[in-house]
Write a new protein. Structure first.
Length: 197
């Protein structure tokens, strides 16, 4: 009978088992390659080599296994998928003019933060990409709204708090966020190089 992910992870953590790591890596190899494929254009546009990223699969699995916490009620495949995404993001130079990411990446970033996702997965690398786009928007209040809204990793800041800190009404804060979100999604959807919005 095949061992579960949790059993394999326990063997990796307690005994540094290479056999358990090999089994876990083989089991989730398809997911890793699928994620890498999605990021290939952006990674190669940054000047990095995709084969270096794919060759590090076992390393990413190992790090994911060590950091996995089953008490959070998150499947290992979900946790590992996020770790694989972050590993790919580390190889991307977001300021490179030819770099663009699939629109669903931005949507996932916003949806997870707005939904106060219980996985407590941090999006620092992708946040840099978002900030880079926001810097190009002429209305600087929009970037301020996003910074205040998502400053806390555990939960989003309320609109009333944002409005008070910025000296604007709650509705104005919401409207600025909506405008910024629309611009971000348009920008990520296009494959053109960054320019002033």
């Amino acid at each position: 009978m095949d061992k579960t992910d949790t059993q394999l992870i326990t063997e990796i953590k307690l005994y540094n088992s290479n056999d358990a790591l090999k089994q876990l890596s083989e089991r989730h190899s398809g997911l890793y390659m699928q994620i890498c494929q999605k990021y290939t254009p952006a990674i190669e546009a940054s000047g990095s080599y995709m084969q270096d990223v794919t060759a590090d699969k076992d390393f990413v699995v190992f790090k994911a296994a060590l950091s996995y916490d089953e008490t959070r009620n998150v499947k290992f495949s979900t946790w590992f998928g996020n770790q694989a995404r972050f590993y790919c993001l580390k190889h991307i130079d977001f300021k490179h003019p030819k770099v663009s990411l699939p629109p669903e990446e931005l949507n996932q970033f916003i949806d997870k933060r707005e939904g106060q996702n219980n996985e407590h997965v941090e999006f620092e690398q992708f946040s840099e990409y978002v900030k880079n786009i926001l810097e190009q928007i002429q209305d600087k209040r929009i970037r301020k709204v996003f910074e205040l809204r998502y400053a806390n990793h555990d939960k989003v800041t309320t609109w009333a708090t944002i409005g008070k800190k910025m000296g604007v009404s709650t509705q104005t804060a919401i409207n600025l966020h909506s405008r910024g979100l629309k611009m971000l999604r348009q920008k990520v959807s296009s494959n053109c190089s960054p320019d002033t919005i």
